[in-house]
Design a protein around this ligand. Structure first.
Ligand SMILES: Nc1ncnc2c1ncn2[C@@H]1O[C@H](COP(=O)(O)OP(=O)(O)OP(=O)(O)O)[C@@H](O)[C@H]1O
Ligand SMILES: [Mg+2]
Length: 380
């Protein structure tokens, strides 16, 4: 009950008790019929007290009434037990009824409160249910979408497969043609473009295909610099076109690591391609590698836990960076912000990284650039 309502009832009870008591005290005892009515009148504030405030209100008002009424009986009615039996009985009744009605109404109030609680809980559950069903609808929607995409994916994969073989043949034929031509014609830009572009197309197709099916894992001791070089060579053409330079920061000793070199190549192609594409106005991409023994760094938890030395490969670009809101989406298949992107690049990277138990971290600051760190444990 609100404070205002409580005050209202308290004041009403007070006024009634005072008025009825005043009538008792001011009406001569000769007019006993009036007194009979006034006596019953006391039940009104007692019942109001009981209904509004439970036991406290019922019994409290009854006690107050008894306290005020008792002197009236003693003084104005002479106070003799024999002649005032009914009035003493009435005082006892005030208290009994005040208490009993108080108990009953308090039980009602508590029950009411419980109902209110239950209603509140029910409303909360209903709200939760509504958000859950909304969430479910969203998930279902996404699932249906993914279903459609997987069909598209399958089609693309078979298409890529069909294109790959003739593409290989074109490249082979071009190389044969080039070898048969005189030296001057051989150096012509035309052949370079033809070979580079077919190579690029092959790489793109390989990417698609590896996304569609899991390629056989083939682990061997590989020279890191050679793997990185083979990738940057592939990208030289598109890097040069947008005025992007590669800068290398490697230790002065060779790093040899047990990995599937093709899979690392694939990861690097996608990461470097993203970096090049992010820098359409040119700049520098720094590729650095270092062999590190575990230090107390939480982000590479599993490597640290096993205390295995790891290779830390970093690709840092000077592009526009990735806005915070996009960071969670970039690994999702088909998420792209590029007009001609497929959104598969980082999805492939994630899949390969997970398959090989590597780790990847992306640090990006809008306006400054992006750094992708690849952690590859040195397996014995
Ligand atoms: N180095 C980067 N700098 C800025 N944004 C990046 C970078 N790398 C990735 N992104 C963002 O992440 C998105 C997803 O990248 P992802 O490689 O998966 O697909 P894509 O590059 O758009 O298309 P695809 O690689 O298939 O040609 C990109 O569209 C881009 O918005
Ligand atoms: Mg990409």
């Amino acid at each position: 009950m609100s404070d205002k309502r409580q005050h209202f009832w308290l004041i009403l009870i007070g006024i009634l008790v005072v008025v009825i008591s005043a009538l008792h005290y001011l009406t001569p005892t000769m007019k006993w019929q009036y007194h009979l009515i006034y006596m019953q009148g006391y039940f009104i504030p007692i019942l109001i007290g009981a209904f509004q405030f439970g036991i406290r209100g019922g019994l409290g008002t009854a006690l107050a009434v008894s306290f005020i009424y008792f002197p009236h009986v003693m003084l104005q009615w002479g106070g003799l037990i024999e002649t005032n039996m009914m009035r003493f009985l009435q005082i006892f009744l005030f208290n009994l009824i005040g208490y009993v009605t108080g108990v009953i109404s308090q039980q009602r109030m508590q029950e009411n409160e419980r109902y209110q609680h239950a209603v509140g809980d029910l409303e909360k559950s209903l709200k939760k249910l509504k958000t859950q069903s909304k969430h479910l609808a969203e998930v279902e929607d996404r699932l249906r979408h993914a279903d459609r995409l997987s069909v598209v994916g399958e089609l693309t994969a078979s298409l890529a497969h069909e294109i790959r073989n003739p593409l290989g043949a074109i490249r082979g034929a071009t190389e044969i043609l080039r070898d048969e031509l005189p030296e001057e014609a051989r150096r012509s830009e035309f052949f370079k473009i033809l070979i580079n572009e077919t190579m690029r197309l092959s790489a793109v197709l390989e990417n698609y295909l590896s996304f569609a099916r899991n390629r056989k894992h083939y682990v061997e001791k590989s020279d890191l610099a050679a793997v990185i070089n083979s990738v940057t060579q592939l990208l030289t053409h598109s890097a040069q076109k947008s005025g992007v330079r590669f800068k290398y920061r490697f230790p002065n000793y060779p790093i040899s690591i047990l990995i599937d070199p093709n899979q690392l190549r694939q990861v690097l192609i996608n990461l470097l391609l993203n970096a090049v594409q992010a820098m359409s106005w040119g700049g520098e991409i720094t590729i650095s590698a270092e062999k590190t023994v575990p230090v107390n760094r939480e982000e590479f938890g599993s490597v640290i836990a096993k205390a295995i030395p790891y290779l830390r490969l970093s690709i840092r670009d000077q592009g526009p960076g990735i806005p915070e809101a996009q960071k969670q989406k970039i690994f999702q298949p088909f998420y792209t912000t590029k007009p001609n992107g497929t959104g598969l690049g980082l999805a492939i990277v994630r899949r390969l990284v997970d398959q090989n138990h590597w780790q990847i971290e992306i640090h990006s600051e809008t306006g400054k650039g992006t750094e992708v760190i690849l952690i590859i444990p040195f397996r014995p």
